[in-house]
Write a protein that binds this ligand. Sequence first.
Ligand code: COA
Length: 130
Amino acid sequence: MITIRKAMASDLMAMQHCNLSNLAENYQLSLYLYFYSGWPDVSFVAENAQGQVVGYVLSYVKKEEGKDSVGYICSLSVIRSYRRLGIAQRLMGQAHAAMVEGYDVELSTLNVRVSNSAAFNLYKNTLAYE
Ligand SMILES: CC(C)(COP(=O)(O)OP(=O)(O)OC[C@H]1O[C@@H](n2cnc3c(N)ncnc32)[C@H](O)[C@@H]1OP(=O)(O)O)[C@@H](O)C(=O)NCCC(=O)NCCS
């Protein structure tokens, strides 16, 4: 059973660990801490029955004066043995909902390499990012 829940400060190292084996862009722990401490309510983890973090989404929100709030998906990763179970889709859904609920976000944005077909498909075809 996989549980999706809000990330906690104590998850940050496990989140970084999920990322290390997966992505070309490996962020320092300080970056996780920066986003988490600024916007603790829009990042989520997926936890297995043993309490191990097997995926996460790290997000933040920016509000410029006179403009609508914009949500940013900073990093998303699911460890290999837990892929294609809908975990990323659920993590993204929770992040989007929290952005809307907490910050009235109407637009969220992200960067993805065109060559990253799994992520590209997820964002474009499943989640309807343009
Ligand atoms: C991209 C990633 C987060 C997807 O995680 P996931 O939990 O396996 O994704 P989901 O199971 O929620 O997949 C949802 C949809 O995304 C698409 N998708 C996911 N993996 C895919 C793959 N390997 N190939 C093609 N489409 C894929 C499919 O449309 C899928 O729906 P379906 O299973 O009904 O066909 C995961 O592959 C990963 O961690 N990759 C390495 C890190 C990374 O690239 N992060 C994104 C950086 S921008």
